[in-house]
Design a protein around this ligand. Structure first.
Ligand code: MLT
Ligand code: ZN
Length: 466
């Protein structure tokens, strides 16, 4: 596809729609919007537009569609698959000004928000009313709900409460041609034609620009207990996940961390932590509406842990310890990425195959000679594998490592899973999509893309090439 390079006439048009200071072209600004949290990748946009409402976005899209200018939507830029990188330059649409919580409907357990609302700000706003919005990515303090919808983001609570996808009831979307549509309705059930809402969720900005989101809410369970269990083998920790769930309890978090991850997180944050011979940990949280409902859940978990030769179980008795354990877990991703150039895989398998996946990754890391740090949402069968470059050669990193990653993904497929559980395909995983999708899958997806975005101007070169 041949895209138009932005010139002064285009900029004048954008300035006629937005105020002058919402059309950014200074190199410092372009630099800021050229990266996200993915590896060391950088792509400069030609201009950054900062709209405030759907009508402005509609005018921008009509113009960009007519002139074949690419448009890449961006939330907070915390993505891990390169989803918001403007690989064909063009326009970055920075959505942070669309940051209103429009309405929290306590009677109907719903809220309408704009895409630029920060996840944690929203969680706190609904919690103040006794309501609960569970999806909680590690970057919840900075990531936006629009970005969460674009990737169907997850987080630790998904094991009990599901991912972002499970909370999206309806969307307002500006299409590539500039039309503004509602994808569905603000209802809990909807059997009216194709489900465009769920098609849009996880489409990574390739099908439209999300400008309003209707989210489902729950009642907030006020009581929780947190425990940290250590194991002599990572395999046992992984195998314990199925044991816990078959014991008839669904924890509100069931997270895996290997020892290296905990070492990095505690040492980089100066967190006092006593290590022994353990190789891996499970961080397990249960929640409840009544305090007396916590203990029976903990007892079931203890029994399961016992059966899998747990070494030690630390109960977080006070708020400070709870915070410390969560800080260790939530910071691993960010801190491990500070020690080396890295690649992160977001593997997911049918939960009971987690031990086999972990063993397979260990085997491949030895065979190819790379170091990994693994952690993730074990309760969902979702293992984040951070591969560190350390002193490996560029040659290995570019030519050999992709072969090993492909083998990891083949294992995922073999164990009933796929290549991304919550980070998306974006730019960096698209070369592996053929592991799980056949040519027919690609044809179907390309057909959908063409119907929504005939000139392929929305977030080009993401998920697949067209
Ligand atoms: C996490 O679970 O910590 C997040 O998905 C972030 C990451 O893996 O880097
Ligand atoms: Zn995660």
């Amino acid at each position: 596809m041949k895209y138009k390079i932005i010139d002064s006439k285009d900029l004048s048009f954008f300035k006629s729609i937005l105020s002058e200071n919402c059309v950014l072209t200074e190199s410092e600004d372009l630099n800021t919007y050229s990266r996200d949290y993915t590896e060391d990748l950088q792509f400069l946009p030609s201009a950054v537009l900062v709209p405030s409402n759907a009508e402005q976005i509609s005018s921008i899209m009509k113009y960009c569609h007519e002139h074949t200018i690419t448009v890449t939507a961006r939330g907070a830029g915390t993505g891990l698959s390169g989803g918001c990188l403007p690989v064909e330059a063009g326009v970055v649409l920075a959505l942070h000004k669309l940051n209103k919580i429009i309405h929290i409907d306590e009677n109907n357990f719903q809220a309408i928000v704009e895409p630029g609302v920060i996840n944690e700000v929203f969680q706190e706003a609904v919690q103040a009313l006794g309501l609960f919005y569970p999806p909680d990515p590690a970057s919840k303090g900075s990531c936006t709900l629009g970005g969460n919808v674009a990737h169907s983001s997850g987080g630790p609570r998904c094991v009990k409460y599901g991912t972002t996808r499970d909370y999206v009831l309806n969307l307002e979307v500006v299409l590539a041609i500039g039309e503004i549509i509602q994808t569905g309705a603000n209802v809990l059930k909807n059997s009216t034609g194709y489900n465009l809402t769920q098609l849009m969720v996880g489409s990574e900005g390739t099908l439209g620009i999300i400008t309003k989101i209707t989210l489902k809410l729950l009642s907030y369970p006020p009581y929780r207990t947190l425990m940290l269990a250590s194991f002599a083998s990572a395999k046992n920790a992984c195998a314990c996940v199925s044991k816990i769930l078959s014991a008839g309890v669904t924890p509100s978090a069931l997270e895996f961390m290997d020892k290296k991850g905990v070492e990095i997180s505690t040492s980089k944050q100066n967190i006092n932590f006593k290590f022994g011979d353990e190789k891996a940990y499970l961080l397990i949280e249960v929640d409840a509406f009544e305090i007396e409902d916590l203990l029976p859940q903990c007892e079931k978990i203890y029994n399961a842990l016992d059966q899998m030769e747990v070494m030690n179980v630390l109960m977080a008795e006070d708020a400070e310890t709870k915070e410390k354990f969560w800080k260790i877990r939530r910071s691993i991703g960010e801190l491990v990425k500070q020690i080396s150039i890295y690649k992160e895989e977001d593997t997911v398998v049918t939960r009971s195959y987690l031990p086999q996946l972990y063993e397979g990754v260990e085997y491949l890391s030895k065979q190819y000679g790379f170091e990994t740090v693994c952690y993730g949402h074990a309760g969902d069968g979702n293992l984040h594998i951070n591969i560190l470059k350390n002193n490996l050669s560029d040659e290995f990193w570019q030519n050999e490592l992709p072969k090993a990653i492909r083998k990891i993904f083949e294992l995922c497929k073999q164990y009933g899973g796929t290549i991304s559980g919550e980070h998306g395909i974006g730019l960096v995983q698209k070369q592996y999509l053929d592991v799980v999708f056949s040519p027919i899958h690609f044809e179907l997806m390309k057909g959908i893309k063409k119907a929504f975005d005939p000139k392929s101007i929305l977030n080009p070169k993401k998920i697949f090439d067209i």
